[in-house]
Design a protein around this ligand. Structure first.
Ligand SMILES: *[C@@H]1O[C@H](CO)[C@@H](O)[C@H](O)[C@H]1NC(C)=O
Ligand SMILES: *[C@@H]1O[C@H](CO)[C@@H](O)[C@H](O)[C@H]1NC(C)=O
Length: 360
């Protein structure tokens, strides 16, 4: 009797492995970007060819414009509808989020009623715990006015309804106002005690892997540790709390702690500015989670082993490579440079102009 059941087990497991082969992924771009842009096309194509999995850039409305001005709740609803209609995703898929796109992706995981299951969530520079500043365009007078204006009115109905990033601007000196009037992040992070919804937590905790990539020289997200769910304490602009020291983590509002204690959260720091990921880091930190799970485990273990074993050699040979390739640098040239287009664009200028009445 033992033999038949064993062989059944064998057939069963090999069926499971082959069924989980090559899950597709979707990419959700950041603000001011769109799927038709060359950078996004290249990014999606590269991930697809490195991983051997099908990848789709999922657009929200007309792209760049809507990424600025459609409230994040609506953007999330659009992506939720799209993933439900994509039959390719019905057996599960992975999400790769870029910057603001991470909050939409997380919204899909937590809020999307009847959506296909999300397996791995790979976040590049996501403002998961909010961002505390509006790093606008620099020192021009219009920029200074716009910055002050947005900071002063960020939680007003008008800004909340018309400017997507106001949904995750979390000013540490205005927490009560933020909790009551900010329309997206407090809900996404289950921050409001009387409104915590265990369904959001349950869904988020069901991820297989959560990969949180922070860029060491990110000056767009304030603080950059928000990419790891680190943030300022309520009421203060310092110090930056480690993710494990925040209330969101300690009280486990959305299941981050549950995931972490199960070994499913990967806190990764990479060199570069906001979204400026190198091809090498893509291969090391993103691609393994997009491959089918059996070979993914294998290559993750191998790369860990390699790092421990020949760390010094790797560093030395990297330095050598870099000094030889000063002009070409194919592997360390970032594919995307989100910091350029992030906050400042022509439609945004027009929006600000209108707000302060200088367009007429
Ligand atoms: C994009 O769509 C919005 C409506 O969501 C519209 O107001 C805007 O004019 C469109 N912009 C472009 C550039 O097509
Ligand atoms: C929590 O969210 C789920 C899914 O959106 C919803 O069905 C449920 O009514 C919510 N529960 C509460 C207590 O708000």
């Amino acid at each position: 009797m033992a033999l038949p059941s064993l062989s059944f087990l064998f057939i069963f497991t090999s069926f499971v492995f082959s069924a989980s082969h090559s899950i597709p992924f979707i990419v959700i771009h950041g603000i001011g970007d769109q799927c038709s842009n060359l950078g996004m096309k290249k990014f999606t194509q590269k991930l697809s060819s490195f991983s051997g999995s099908k990848g789709y850039c999922v657009e929200v409305g007309n792209g760049s414009w809507d990424s600025w001005f459609k409230p994040l709740k609506e953007q999330t609803e659009i992506v939720c509808e799209k993933v439900k209609q994509m039959t390719e995703l019905k057996d599960g898929y992975n999400i790769v989020g870029l910057s603001q796109g991470n909050l939409i992706g997380r919204g899909v995981v937590e809020f999307c009623e009847g959506g296909p299951p999300v397996k791995n969530f790979i976040s590049l520079a996501g403002p998961h715990a909010g961002t505390a500043s509006v790093p606008l365009c620099g020192s021009g007078i219009l920029c200074i006015i716009a910055d002050k204006l947005i900071k002063g009115e960020v939680y007003s109905d008008y800004i909340q309804e018309h400017l997507a990033p106001s949904g995750y601007l979390k000013l540490p000196n205005a927490i009560p106002d933020y909790l009551v009037n900010c329309r997206f992040l407090p809900m996404l992070n289950n921050e409001i005690p009387e409104k915590r919804n265990s369904t959001y937590k349950e869904r988020f905790s069901s991820l297989q892997n959560l990969v949180l990539i922070m860029f060491e020289h990110d000056t767009v997200l304030i603080p950059k540790e928000t990419s790891w769910f680190g943030y300022y304490p309520d009421g203060y602009f310092k110090p930056v709390l480690a993710p494990q020291s925040t209330k969101l983590y300690i009280e486990d509002w959305i299941g981050l702690r549950t995931l972490d204690e199960a070994g499913k959260v990967h806190f990764i720091g990479v060199a570069g500015k906001h979204l400026g990921i190198s091809e090498e880091d893509m291969k090391k930190h993103v691609v393994p989670y997009l491959k089918d799970q059996t070979s993914a485990e294998d290559s993750i273990t191998k790369s860990r082993f390699r790092m421990r074993g020949v760390n010094q050699k790797v560093i030395q040979s990297n330095m050598k490579e870099q000094s030889q390739n000063v002009e070409v640098e194919p592997s360390i040239t970032p594919l995307l440079d989100g910091s350029l287009s992030y906050w400042w664009s022509t439609p945004f200028k027009a929006f600000i102009g209108e707000l302060i009445g200088i367009n007429d």
